[in-house]
Design a protein around this ligand. Structure first.
Ligand code: AMP
Length: 143
């Protein structure tokens, strides 16, 4: 199973934010959209950064409430780990676990084409386990 299967179910929308937006604006957008990370792109939809709720929390912890006036560009992670639609889910899970991040933008021909969160991966894995469980039950019942 690949990233493509998850995107086919959840869609390819990905919430982005401008690099000159403030952390307060980013926090409001995260809360409104009920998500954990925002992607920052250039004019050609190439990924230039990612800002997660953790980045906002650690900046507020370090600088207090004034942190919320800081610009996204100064806080976002610039070395973004991405994936393609062809990547397998087990491989993506390994990379998320090793890198300790919960969001991976999907890139198609150099441009942002969706995002996979740890929640999407877990949902997918649970559904897969349920299908396997059901197949085994049927096999035992009819053996
Ligand atoms: P997260 O677990 O996704 O909330 O992010 C934890 C930290 O990793 C934050 O500093 C994020 O900016 C960073 N981060 C999140 N996703 C990625 C990614 N795909 N590539 C690189 N860094 C990331």
């Amino acid at each position: 199973m690949t990233v493509r299967a998850i995107l086919a179910l959840k869609g390819r929308d990905c919430v982005t934010i401008a690099p000159d937006a403030t952390l307060a604006e980013a926090a409001r957008l995260l809360a409104k959209q009920k998500i954990g990370a925002l992607v920052i792109t250039g004019p050609d939809r190439r990924v230039t950064g990612i800002l997660s709720e953790r980045d906002i929390v650690s900046t507020v912890a370090a600088h207090g409430e004034h942190a919320l006036a800081q610009q996204v560009a100064g806080v976002m992670t610039r070395e973004v780990v991405t994936c393609t639609e062809d990547e397998t889910i087990p491989n993506l899970m390994k990379r998320m676990t090793a890198g300790r991040f919960r969001h991976v933008p999907v890139i198609d021909r150099g441009k942002l084409a969706g995002i996979i969160s740890i929640g999407d991966v877990v949902k997918h894995r649970v559904a897969e386990l349920e299908r396997e469980h059901e197949a085994l039950r049927e096999y035992i019942a009819t053996a």
